[in-house]
Ligand binder design. Structure first.
Ligand code: ADP
Length: 496
């Protein structure tokens, strides 16, 4: 040892200078870290009662730099609910029998505005040779935001766990990342059994293509809501589920996963099947007598034409139109029942669009004297499709155009032919449809809730059938409308 400096003799002044520079650098680095993390530091010397708070520590507590801080002042700002716990922890940390460390979360009341903040405080006690606390230093960090976020996510987790629906999240590759209690009840697998596994485990083999289809729809920005399908449980039981799937996006808007709510609708489906059987049976029973009524009307009509009795002809023509209207309603009910049972069959044939449209338009004209039904540009177009079903689509669109134009006006059924396809449209000048209703028009049993149409009768199945029949023809019904200014329903068909 050097007698004068107490340093090892081999250290030169240059070495010491170098060490001091390094010390200063590391102090500066520490300062930078502390200020960038907003980490407050404190220093307590119980022997003298001296307590020092850094600038950041004062900012957390909302204490001005010129106010002297002491232990009493610190204790006064502890939240009443946490005070006792904190005041017990401090002496424990200062007990030489312990490990001299201190780490706790508590609430404080800020000096300036009295607001409640959550802080995390960590400290370390240094004892002197007599076992007394020489100093007690530590850090303090405002954790209010992360604490609130944690509380929020705990609340959300509790809601998810208590939900009656299965709530599942998965990666875009279909690997399950979360699985709530209800998912366990619905599908029989525990979270341990499913997390990390492929969601394909739940898909029956004949529906494996649904997963990429759903993902493609979400990527297209489409919503997947109340998608009714079938899944398989752990015990190999098929269940009917209704799925609502939303994308989970990162800050840049990229889809990084999917969240899925699955509701077991097996009971509801069985109930629906019973209802369908009933509808099918009633419709069928009604159809038989109605067919014979129509036959008699037609026989009478042709005889009256020979007798040249204008009143009879007119009355029977009207009776025939009304009976036709009823047949078409019953036809809709039968189609609905068949569709639900998956028994809708498309029998395609090649036919002239004009003859079908003309037939339907003139029947529709008979139903009304206040509307003028016009056919535009539909000659010389042949398509290959199910003639009866496309007829049913057009009848439904035309009868809606009449029903929802209570003041009358022009109704146009027209065609716009391109090279290989034709756009078929039905346009009216009626009450129109709001943008919100346009999104749900094609749902089963959906009817617009509006005072204006309260008195217009209907069952809300016409457009659903239109959409389904066209889906079976690989095309889609679309609508353009402005409320109060009419509506145009249209779809595309391939020409032959
Ligand atoms: P329904 O006419 O039997 O109620 P639809 O399925 O045919 O059932 O139609 C669903 C709903 O769409 C109707 O209740 C009506 O509110 C609305 N709608 C259908 N067509 C039109 C139209 N051309 N103009 C205005 N609203 C329409």
């Amino acid at each position: 040892m050097d007698n004068e400096t107490g340093l090892p003799p081999e250290l030169t002044h240059a070495d010491i200078k170098e060490m001091l520079i390094r010390l200063k650098q590391s102090e500066a680095r520490l300062d930078m870290v502390v200020s960038s993390t907003k980490l407050g530091t404190w220093d307590y010397k119980p022997l003298t009662g001296e307590l020092t708070w850094s600038k950041e520590c004062r900012e957390i507590y909302g204490l001005a730099t010129d106010v002297k801080v002491d232990f009493e002042l610190f204790a006064k700002q502890l939240h009443p609910a946490d005070k006792q716990y904190v005041l017990e922890l401090i002496p424990q940390a200062m007990d030489p029998a312990g490990d001299g460390t201190y780490d706790m979360n508590c609430r404080i009341l800020r000096f300036d505005d009295g607001s409640v903040r959550w802080v995390r405080s960590q400290g370390k006690v240094t004892f002197n040779l007599l076992g007394q606390v020489e100093f007690f230093i530590g850090t303090v960090l405002d954790i209010t935001e992360s604490r609130l976020a944690a509380e929020k996510s705990a609340r959300l987790a509790a809601i998810i766990d208590s939900s009656g629906d299965a709530i599942i999240s998965k990666t875009t590759e279909g690997i399950v990342t979360s699985w709530n209690n209800s998912a366990e009840r619905t599908f029989g697998y525990t979270a341990e059994e499913m997390i990390g596994q492929s969601i394909l485990k739940l898909l029956p083999p004949e529906r494996l293509e649904e997963e990429p289809m759903i993902l493609a729809r979400l990527r297209n920005g489409e919503r997947v809501e109340h998608f009714e399908t079938v899944r398989v449980t752990k015990y190999n039981k098929k269940i009917n589920v209704s799925l609502t799937i939303s994308p989970i996006k990162d800050a840049q808007g990229n889809i990084i996963g999917l969240s899925k709510i699955a509701r077991d609708i097996t009971e509801k489906k069985q109930e629906e099947l019973r209802k369908n059987d009933f509808i099918a049976m009633v419709s069928h029973e009604l159809k038989t007598p109605l067919t014979s009524i129509r036959t008699y009307i037609q026989v009478l009509l042709s005889r009256s034409k020979n007798e040249e009795d204008a009143f009879k002809v007119n009355a029977l023509t009207r009776a025939d139109v009304q009976a036709k209207k009823m047949t078409s309603m019953i036809q809709d009910f039968l189609s609905l029942a068949r569709l639900e049972e998956g028994k809708i069959h498309i029998t395609k044939e090649e036919f002239q669009l004009y003859s079908l449209i003309e037939e339907i338009a003139s029947d529709a004209q008979f139903l009304t004297s206040t509307h003028n039904v016009k056919v535009v540009d539909c000659t010389d177009i042949t398509i290959i499709a199910d003639r009866d079903k496309i007829g049913q689509v057009l009848i439904n669109l035309l009868s809606n155009a009449i029903k929802y134009s209570p003041k009358g006006g022009k109704i146009t059924i027209g065609c716009i032919k391109n090279d290989d396809d034709v756009k078929i449209y039905v346009r009216d000048e009626g009450i129109g449809i709001s943008p919100t209703d346009q999104k749900r028009l094609f749902d089963k049993f959906y009817r617009v809730k509006d005072e204006k149409i309260k008195t217009i009768s209907g069952f809300g199945i016409g457009l659903y059938l239109v959409a389904e029949i066209l889906r079976c023809h690989d095309t889609q019904i679309k609508v353009e409308s402005t409320e109060g200014a009419g509506a145009t329903f249209y779809f595309m068909m391939k020409c032959s």
